[in-house]
Design a protein around this ligand. Structure first.
Ligand SMILES: CC(C)(COP(=O)(O)OP(=O)(O)OC[C@H]1O[C@@H](n2cnc3c(N)ncnc32)[C@H](O)[C@@H]1OP(=O)(O)O)[C@@H](O)C(=O)NCCC(=O)NCCS
Length: 166
């Protein structure tokens, strides 16, 4: 984890900034979601996350949202519920930077673990998560729908946070 959370700079690739997602961002966030995800969340899913007080953040470049992430937390455990980067902005290090910022914030809040689920076929995202220290802890068979109305396994991953970069 040492390398994973070091260098969690305030400004990211292309001068990106991270800030709280507000309801004014929802149209843009929904467009990013629909352009990037296999089975996108609905607008209602995002509104529920805002209402529930989850950590909802957008990364902006020149003030325009280009990526977002949503995390929930219970006691000392947090859960990455969603992360997406607009296709034109992928592979520039935005997700790595956002997740490092999330891990630093989680440690400052005395969280001890972060969990996530990812499609078994989403090898790019899994590579990113492993680079940040996440390890596979199990699988949920047929957890996700696919575009072809078939099912795909979820890979469950977690990383220990507490004291990870002391
Ligand atoms: C997964 C996702 C969030 C990654 O965002 P990103 O900003 O493009 O990722 P980064 O540029 O920070 O990538 C960091 C590293 O992760 C790995 N990685 C990311 N995307 C990859 C891909 N498509 N293929 C292979 N490796 C990939 C690489 O190791 C990459 O480092 P490199 O570019 O130096 O080789 C983005 O592809 C996305 O929005 N996908 C659709 C939504 C999604 O799958 N969300 C995750 C659901 S669990």
């Amino acid at each position: 984890m040492v390398g994973a959370v070091s260098n969690a700079r305030a400004d990211g690739p292309a001068g990106a900034r991270l800030r709280a997602l507000s309801s004014a961002d929802l149209d843009r966030v929904q467009a990013i979601e629909e352009a990037s995800q296999v089975t996108p969340w609905s607008p209602g899913n995002f509104r529920d996350c805002l209402r529930s007080g989850y950590r909802c953040q957008v990364a902006t470049v020149d003030g325009v949202p280009v990526a977002f992430m949503i995390l929930s937390s219970v006691l000392d455990e947090c859960h990455l519920l969603n992360i997406a980067v607009a296709p034109a902005w992928q592979r520039r290090g935005l997700a790595r930077w956002m997740l490092r910022r999330a891990l630093v914030a989680a440690e400052a809040e005395d969280m001890s673990v972060m969990f996530l689920e990812v499609r078994a076929g989403n090898h790019g995202a899994q590579r990113l998560y492993r680079e940040l220290g996440f390890e596979e802890t199990g699988r949920r068979k047929g957890y996700y729908r696919t575009r072809a109305e078939a099912r795909e396994d979820a890979v469950l991953m977690m990383v220990e946070i507490a004291g990870c970069h002391k």
